[in-house]
Design a protein around this ligand. Structure first.
Ligand SMILES: Cc1cc2nc3c(=O)[nH]c(=O)nc-3n(C[C@H](O)[C@H](O)[C@H](O)COP(=O)(O)O)c2cc1C
Length: 196
């Protein structure tokens, strides 16, 4: 049964790719936010696109450094994802003494291989990216394109070039945002075969 969907809800129809965490750093400042609107853009070199709202503190650090990390959080990180997606790193940076979400929330992290932004412990995948500068695109649509310069993944659920969620416990599955902090986890996979 087909029904019209109000255009105001149209983004929700494509909202549930894996939600990512976005980290960025510039000088002594570092930050972390959630983003549901991220997607791959090209194979070689690998490129991604992500919407980073102009009001976010993360955007300031991305604009200043030209770098960002996209990370795929796990089912165990739903609260962390909603928390960093609903709090302001700016307010923490302006506190006396200045702090950030990593310290305030006790978020475990480790050094990236190619960029300055910290990577979050416990994620399922980590993509280190350099921004492909396109100021008009970012100014008009809050859209950032970036080239992936290093990538890592949790070998328990990503090996042989693809995700293996069928036998994974919920805490090792990715988060797919439905809206309002509600997520679904990927369920049973189905193998499509090309028809003759
Ligand atoms: C599940 C979820 C998905 C989100 N997706 C996006 C997104 O795709 N793009 C965006 O700009 N903000 C998104 N947000 C909102 C930012 O994460 C939020 O504005 C965050 O507080 C920004 O933090 P900052 O100001 O410290 O950078 C999302 C939030 C949540 C909880």
């Amino acid at each position: 049964m087909r029904q019209d969907v109000p255009l105001a809800q149209a983004s929700r129809l494509l909202n549930h790719g894996p939600t990512v965490l976005v980290s960025a750093a510039h000088g002594p400042q570092r930050n972390l936010m959630a983003a549901a609107w991220a997607m791959p853009l090209d194979f070689d070199p690998p490129k991604v696109a992500v919407v980073i709202d102009r009001a976010t503190f993360t955007r300031q650090l991305i604009a200043a450094s030209g770098e960002l990390a996209l990370m795929v959080p796990s089912g165990a990180q739903a609260d962390l994802t909603v928390t960093v997606g609903n709090t302001s790193g700016q307010a923490l940076a302006e506190a006396d003494p200045p702090t950030d979400k990593f310290a305030a929330q006790g978020i475990g992290h480790f050094a990236a291989q190619r960029i300055a932004a910290p990577l979050v412990e416990g994620c399922l995948a980590w993509l280190e990216c350099r921004v492909i500068a396109w100021p008009e695109l970012s100014a008009a649509h809050d859209l950032y394109l970036a080239e992936v310069v290093a990538a890592q993944a949790d070998a328990r659920v990503f090996h042989g070039g693809r995700w293996h969620f069928d036998d994974a416990p919920p805490q090792l599955r990715s988060l797919h945002h439905l809206g309002g902090g509600q997520f679904v986890l990927p369920g049973a996979s189905v193998q499509g075969e090309r028809r003759a």
